[in-house]
Design a protein. Structure first.
Length: 349
């Protein structure tokens, strides 16, 4: 009987592990009690423990063809995001919810929005369909991070692993320095890129009007529906989710650089310019976002088709799963002890 990990991941496997935390959270929002703790334990501990103990990845797919249900799962995950945002704010502002339960629910929701919702929205904004792109952008707008839709595609993918990309962390830079630098830097760089596109196409609307205006409308809608307390929880959830997203960028590009060619241009983006994490459970939950180097090499490749390419030239591999490495990244001394020697080996290689 072939080993389970000798096969590529199927859409039902992605659906099971990506939807499971969302359904746990939905039960937590609607039923409270032990469901809140079950959702938090799964998001903040159990899934990472499984990945650390097993520490294996599934096989690369043989076909370039996206299997049936690929886009359908992304649409369902996006819909679940909006349901959880509303249900979560209702539960956080409900009179019968205790302080400890509120904090636990807040943390679990923030982890889901920052890891699952972000990974899925990232997938959607890279799809060729205008409807799927807009759905992914709407998820980012609801997290008050709409500008990421522009900055990620127009700046990050073009300038990754160079000083021109705000979202590529430098060797020795702590996450707490990177976070504000990358947030404001990507906002400005994305705005400049969109202005350049609008200048080249007279009459084109700059989407930053939607990114910023949509965020303001979301805040007003939350204020009207859930009051000042609800707005406070909403802003906190958005900030926490944004931190999770920025942790992913920090971890997945820390210290890696593209070399300069004799003509003064940077070498093309390749597998050595992103850190991968092969761990199976977090890869399924985050729709293959940890297979990051192949995404940068093939941005339009749907998530089931992303490869680790272990048989090819050596590429940067994280020692633990992406969520575990993100937790380590919040502790700068420990992070540098784990990662700096690995970065130097990749540079020397």
């Amino acid at each position: 009987m072939p080993d389970l990990f000798d096969r590529p991941a199927s859409i039902p496997a992605f659906a099971l592990f990506a939807l499971l935390p969302g359904f746990l959270l939905l039960a937590a929002c609607l039923l409270g009690g032990g469901w809140i703790w079950a959702a938090l334990i799964w998001m903040a501990g159990a899934s990472q423990i499984v990945d650390t103990v097993i520490a294996r990845g599934f096989a690369d797919p043989a076909s370039e063809q996206a299997p049936p249900g690929t886009d359908g799962l992304s649409v369902v995950l996006a819909g679940l995001h909006f349901v959880l945002m509303i249900a979560g704010l209702a539960a956080l502002t409900a009179a019968g919810t205790g302080a400890a339960q509120r904090i636990a629910l807040f943390l679990a929701l923030g982890l889901f929005f920052g890891q699952v919702s972000n990974s899925n929205a990232h997938e959607l904004i890279h799809r060729g369909s205008r409807a799927l792109y807009r759905l992914g952008a709407a998820v980012y707008v609801s997290l008050l991070f709409g500008h990421h839709t522009s900055a990620h595609r127009l700046v990050h993918h073009r300038h990754v692993a160079t000083a021109l990309d705000p979202n590529s962390a430098r060797l020795g830079e702590s996450f707490w320095h990177f976070f504000p630098r990358a947030w404001f830097g990507s906002f400005r760089a994305g705005l400049a890129a969109e202005r350049a596109l609008s200048a080249a196409k007279p009459g084109r609307m700059n989407p930053y009007l939607v990114w910023v205006g949509g965020g303001i409308l979301c805040g007003l809608a939350v204020l009207l529906a859930f009051g000042g307390a609800g707005l406070g929880w909403y802003l906190g959830l958005c900030l926490y989710a944004q931190m999770q997203l920025m942790l992913s960028d920090y971890v997945q590009h820390y210290g890696l650089e593209r070399a300069l060619r004799p003509d003064g241009r940077h070498e093309p983006v390749g597998p050595r310019h992103s850190w991968d994490a092969p761990h199976f459970l977090s890869s399924l939950m985050m729709v293959n976002a940890p297979r990051h180097s192949d995404h940068h090499s093939h941005p339009s490749r749907p998530y089931p088709g992303l490869r680790l390419g272990r048989e090819e030239s050596p590429r940067p591999m994280l020692p633990y799963s992406l969520p575990v490495m993100a937790s380590i990244a919040t502790l700068p001394r420990l992070w540098r002890r784990v990662m700096d020697r690995r970065v130097k080996r990749m540079r020397d290689g």
